[in-house]
Design a protein around this ligand. Structure first.
Ligand SMILES: [Zn+2]
Length: 223
């Protein structure tokens, strides 16, 4: 689980809102038969509701700030997404590749490095966007696929100015697969939004999401 995301996240203090505002600039491009005319509204709505989803998950958290000579403050976290034509922090490549006829051959939306997303319209849209935007905001996957061992793996996540959190990933019995050589491979996932991937059926509980505890807030520099 050594995947590292390196997205740009704008962080600003908005004193009148008692909040830090985490902003992302997103641009859309179209490939493999996708078009702005057909897909722009759907994808923008999915991106907006993904940000709303993570906003809701962060609603119980506060960022503690101390400024010399001033009393400390606890600030809410607000997310802001702007769609731009250039200079985006995150590019979403909207892709309309048809669904493969072989059910084992899935379309899997993904985000590379937190900054470059390929998003398949012919796969699940809403929960997938929440998951991928979770990555773009710095969250880890909470799953492990194709392990040779049945032992439940531990995952440690780090947060800024808070202790690391360690939990085990539960075994997904239904997803145990037997290879041609008789060897088995096991999969593990938390039944939450960061524990699922792409076209695997999202559990009904997917909207329970993950808390934003893992979110890494970059230290502010300058004024
Ligand atoms: Zn993922």
């Amino acid at each position: 689980m050594g995947i590292r995301n390196a997205g740009t996240i704008g962080v600003a203090v908005a004193p009148h809102l008692d909040a830090v505002v985490i902003s992302k600039k997103v641009s859309l491009s179209y490939q493999a038969g996708a078009s702005a005319k057909e897909h722009e509204a759907i994808v923008k709505a999915a991106v907006r509701s993904a940000f709303d989803f993570w906003q809701e998950k962060a609603s119980a958290l506060r960022v503690r700030v101390g400024i010399m000579g001033c009393p400390g403050k606890e600030l809410k976290i607000l997310f802001k997404v702007d769609f731009v034509d250039s200079g985006a922090d995150l590019i979403v490549r909207v892709d309309n590749t048809p669904k493969p006829s072989d059910p084992d051959d899935e379309l899997r939306s993904y985000v590379m490095g937190g900054t470059d997303m390929t998003f398949y319209m012919q796969a699940e849209v809403g929960c997938t966007m929440m998951h991928e935007i979770g990555h773009a905001l710095g969250l880890n996957d909470e799953c492990l696929y194709g392990s040779e061992s049945e032992a439940e793996p531990e995952l440690t996540v780090r947060g800024h100015d808070m202790p690391d959190v360690t939990f085990t990933l539960p075994l997904l019995r239904d997803w145990t697969q037997e290879g041609d050589d008789g060897g088995k491979s096991y999969s593990f996932a938390r039944p939450r939004i960061m524990g699922t991937y792409a076209t695997r059926p999202f559990p009904a509980t997917c909207i329970t999401g993950a808390p934003m505890r893992q979110l890494r807030l970059l230290p502010m520099t300058g004024g």
